[in-house]
Design a protein around this ligand. Structure first.
Ligand SMILES: *Cc1c(COP(=O)(O)O)cnc(C)c1O
Length: 413
């Protein structure tokens, strides 16, 4: 397979320049096989699953359930009924925070998150804590972007009910020591939720080896369509949680007096799911397995190492997130003499200005706080410019970024 040929969207020009797509941490592009799976569903298979007793419904149901098993194998879950389809990471975390919070959080209890969480792994816990009179505790991180595990150990106590951390930071790129974080929590009998939105497309994930109790991710950041995500939960803990949304499919029997709930995973899948997108996820997993997860990791590491080295040669460029163990995310700012804001007496060019000029040269990056305002507060900056790489990116594209930055930096100084 010629990999790049699977991504026709990248063959475009933007403002007369070759389009360089470095916003993969926000969403990846979709290979043709995924687009074909999506179109194929609507062309040949469309029908509502599980309930219809006819040819199309049976086939669509079969494919939908095959995807569940594909996901199970992909993350090495013990059972396929531990895989719940959602709309994405955000919905997955909200599902856990709401149901776990309802069942296990009480007055004075504590939930531990890290200082480098996406808002999706902060706000649902704040909402759950607010409903129950519980509070959030936060694991701090160093200037390099490394979590302080000693403080983490000291934060866990008999009031801790759950720990929620990301596997990879979408802003700093840090790969967090999730296995160790889980071991520490489990030694206190505390379960752990892992936000895997940024790890799932970059490395092999084995939920049994990590030992985590929940693992959440989005399809659209791993070459699948938007509109589908996964909430993995260990059977023993899912069995103890109340349903999330009420409605069709999640019930066994309904009367006006009393409703009994369906078994796992259907208890958590109320209503008609986005079947086509789920089938697209199956195609995306097949795509990743065909390329090979190790090849993906290796290629992205090469891009990240090369980009880091080249970017640091640009005068006045500072990278935020310099942990040893990093995924393919590079956040940076450029120093300025005529500053728009200051931090530790250093003047930086505003990330929006850099991002806008890069865009005019055909290079797509993300600018702003990346849904991680506490990280920006930690560094005293309003945002960063973020370049993030995927399997289809090339070293030549990194060169284009570096060239563009060298061209625009003098314009902004
Ligand atoms: C993108 C992202 C989310 C939210 O994912 P959605 O697909 O928007 O629901 C959560 N956490 C991290 C680390 C992310 O990168």
């Amino acid at each position: 397979m010629n990999l790049r040929e699977q991504f026709h969207i990248l063959d475009q020009q933007a403002y007369g320049h070759p389009l360089v797509y470095f916003d993969n941490a926000a969403t990846t592009q979709k290979p043709q096989s995924v687009i074909d799976a999506l179109a194929g569903y609507y062309t040949t298979l469309n029908s509502n699953i599980h309930r219809g007793a006819h040819y199309l419904a049976a086939k669509a149901t079969d494919e939908y359930e095959q995807t569940r098993r594909a996901v199970q194998q992909f993350i090495n879950a013990r059972h396929s009924h531990e895989i719940v389809f959602t709309r994405g990471t955000t919905e997955s975390i909200n599902l856990v925070a709401a149901t776990f919070g309802e069942r296990f959080l009480g007055e004075g209890d504590e939930v531990i998150v890290s200082g480098m969480e996406h808002h999706s792994n902060i706000v649902p816990w704040q909402l759950a804590c607010g409903r129950k009179g519980a509070s959030l505790r936060v694991i701090p991180f160093s200037d390099e972007g490394v979590l302080d595990l000693n403080v983490y150990r000291s934060l866990i106590n008999e009031k801790t009910r759950i720990v929620a951390v990301n596997h990879v930071s979408n802003t700093l790129g840090t790969i967090n020591p999730v296995k160790e974080i889980v071991e520490i929590a489990h030694s206190h009998g505390v379960p752990v939720l892992v936000d895997g939105a940024q790890s799932i497309s970059h490395m092999a994930v084995d939920v049994q080896s990590l030992g985590c109790d929940f693992y959440c991710f989005s399809g659209h950041k791993m070459y699948a369509p938007m509109g589908v995500g996964v909430m993995y939960g260990r059977e023993e803990i899912l069995e103890q949680l109340p349903p999330y949304q009420g409605g069709g499919e999640m019930i066994k029997e309904v009367t006006f007096e009393r409703t009994t709930y369906n078994e796992l995973p259907f208890k958590f899948e109320a209503g008609t799911p986005s079947v086509g997108d789920v089938l697209g996820l199956k195609a995306a997993i097949a795509f990743m397995l065909e390329v090979g997860i190790d090849n993906i990791a290796k290629h992205e590491k090469e891009l990240t190492d090369y980009a880091t080295e080249q970017l640091l040669q640009i005068d006045g460029l500072r990278i935020f997130g310099t942990a040893q163990n990093k995924a393919s995310v590079i956040s940076f700012l450029l120093h300025s003499n005529i500053h728009t804001f200051t931090h530790s007496s250093i003047h930086y060019i505003h990330p929006y200005d850099v991002g806008t000029l890069l865009d005019k040269l055909g290079i797509a990056v993300r600018t702003g706080h990346h849904c991680t305002q506490p990280i920006m507060d930690r560094y005293g900056i309003p945002g960063t410019v973020r370049a993030s790489f995927a399997i289809y990116n090339t070293l030549e594209e990194v060169d284009l970024l570096v060239k563009a930055l060298n061209r625009i930096a003098p314009m902004l100084l």
